[in-house]
Design a binder for this molecule. Structure first.
Ligand code: TYC
Length: 106
C-alpha cells in the first residue's frame, strides 16, 4: 500500500498522436514563357521529357504562351530536379532562353 500516485493518475493529460509515416513533399515543375523560344521546340520538350502526346504538349505550350507559366508535372524532389536539369540543358544546347523551374507543393 503506497502513497505514490499511479503513473496514469493525471486524467487531464491527453496525448496527441499522429501517424508517423509522413509522405515526402511533392514538387511542381513549371515552364515559363519567353518571346524567343519557338513553339515547336517547347512542344518537343514536353513530348520528350514529360511523356505528353503531341496534342497534350501543344495545349500546354499554348497555355504557357498565353498565361506566362504552367505546371507541366508533379514529382518527387529528385525527379523534379532531374526534369528541370534536362529541360534547361536541352534549351541551352539549342540556344533557346526557355526557363523551367520547380516549386514545392503546399
Ligand atoms: N512565346 C513563345 C513564342 O511566341 C512560345 C513559347 C511558349 C515559349 C511556351 C516558351 O514556355 C514557352 N515563340
Amino acid at each position: 500500500m503506497s502513497d505514490e500516485p499511479d503513473d496514469d493518475s493525471d486524467a487531464s493529460v491527453l496525448v496527441q498522436t499522429r501517424p508517423k509515416t509522413k509522405r515526402p513533399p511533392l514538387y511542381k515543375v513549371l515552364l515559363l514563357n519567353d518571346d524567343y523560344t519557338p513553339m515547336e521546340f517547347v512542344v518537343h520538350v514536353l513530348e520528350r521529357f514529360f511523356g505528353m502526346t503531341h496534342a497534350e504538349a501543344f495545349e500546354i505550350m499554348l497555355t504557357v504562351h498565353k498565361k506566362g507559366v504552367a505546371v507541366v508535372g508533379v514529382f518527387s524532389h529528385e525527379i523534379a530536379e532531374t526534369k528541370v536539369g534536362q529541360v534547361m540543358d536541352f534549351a541551352r544546347r539549342h540556344q533557346h532562353p526557355l526557363q523551367c523551374t520547380m516549386e514545392r507543393e503546399e
